[in-house]
Design a protein around this ligand. Structure first.
Ligand code: AMP
Length: 257
C-alpha cells in the first residue's frame, strides 16, 4: 500500500474548502483512470487496490453521496437531499447535479497524484463533460478499464455485499466474509448493507446501467482508451490482470511497479 496516498480524501468527500489530511505524492506522470462496469462488478475493491499499486486517489461519486447522506439533514443542501433520494431508490442522480458536484472538486481532477474515478462518468453527458473539462485543463485520461461479468454473478455479488460504515472496506457474506459477523476486519467498524444493495434497488440500478452507462464502452473504445478486464477471480488476480492490461496498452512501464 502506498502510504503517501493514505489521505482521508476530504477534498473529494467533503468538497472545497476541505483539504486532504495527507496530500497525495506528486507523480511525474500521474495515472488518470476511469473504471467502468456494472454495479457490483467490484470497481470499488479494484480502485482501492489500484490506489495502492499506482499511487492515484480513489474518487467515487457514490462515496460522496453516501458521505452526504450520513450527515445531519440540516447540513445537507436541498440539491444534495434530492440526490440522496435518487440514490436510495437505486436511480441515477441527474447529470447536472453530478457534474456540479464533480466540477466543485476539480482540484482532485487536476491533482498531481492522479485519480481513479469509480462510478463517474455514468452517462454519455457526464463523459462528454469530463472530456471537455480535462481538455480545457490540458489533461488526458491514461485509460478506461471496463470490468466484465455475467449478470447472474453481478446480482449474487450485490445482494451479499456488506460495507464498513467507518473505513468503507467491502465484504461478502459468502465469498469474502469478515472474521466476526457484522464487524470489519480492518478497523472494527460496523458492517451494513447499502440501501441500494437491496433487491428492489438492484433491479433499478442494473436497468440504469444498461440504458445509460453501457454506451460509454463504445465511447471510450472509439477514443482508443478502453481496456477490458474479466471481473472473475480473486480481487488480487483481477488487480494483477488490470495492471497487465494497462501495461499492454503501452502505457509507460516504469509507472506500473
Ligand atoms: P455507486 O457507489 O457508484 O454504485 O453509486 C451509488 C449511487 O449513487 C448510484 O446508484 C446513483 O444513485 C448515485 N451515483 C453515483 N455516481 C453517480 C453518477 N456518476 N451519476 C448518477 N448517479 C450516481
Amino acid at each position: 500500500m502506498n502510504e503517501q496516498n493514505k489521505n482521508d480524501r476530504a477534498g473529494w468527500l467533503v468538497g472545497p474548502p476541505a483539504q486532504c489530511s495527507v496530500p497525495p505524492g506528486e507523480s511525474k506522470s500521474p495515472w488518470r483512470l476511469v473504471l467502468l462496469g456494472a454495479p457490483g462488478v467490484g470497481k470499488g475493491t479494484q480502485a482501492d487496490r489500484l490506489r495502492g499499486r499506482l499511487g492515484a486517489c480513489h474518487l467515487s461519486t457514490g462515496d460522496v453521496f453516501r458521505a452526504a447522506g450520513s450527515r445531519d439533514a440540516c447540513d445537507q443542501t436541498p440539491v444534495m437531499k434530492s440526490a440522496i433520494e435518487y440514490m436510495r431508490r437505486g436511480a441515477l442522480v441527474p447529470d447536472t447535479t453530478v457534474w456540479e458536484m464533480v466540477r466543485e472538486r476539480s482540484a482532485c481532477i487536476r491533482c498531481g497524484g492522479g485519480f481513479i474515478l469509480d462510478g463517474f462518468p455514468r452517462t454519455l453527458a457526464q463523459a462528454e463533460a469530463l472530456k471537455e473539462h480535462m481538455e480545457s485543463e490540458r489533461l488526458s485520461l491514461s485509460a478506461v478499464v471496463n470490468y466484465e461479468l455475467p449478470l447472474a454473478e453481478i446480482v449474487a455479488r450485490l445482494s451479499g455485499r456488506r460495507t464498513c460504515e467507518k473505513c468503507k472496506a467491502v465484504f461478502h457474506v459468502t465469498t469474502q466474509p469478515p472474521k466476526e459477523e457484522g464487524v470489519c476486519d480492518r478497523c472494527g467498524g460496523r458492517l451494513f448493507q447499502r440501501e441500494d444493495d437491496r433487491p428492489e434497488s438492484i433491479t433499478v440500478r442494473l436497468e440504469a446501467y444498461e440504458r445509460s452507462t453501457a454506451p460509454l464502452i463504445q465511447f471510450y473504445k472509439d477514443l482508443g482508451l478502453l481496456v477490458s478486464v474479466p471481473a472473475d477471480g480473486s480481487p488480487d488476480e483481477i488487480c494483477e490482470n488490470t495492471v497487465t492490461a494497462l501495461d499492454a496498452l503501452h502505457l509507460s512501464e516504469d509507472r506500473l511497479h
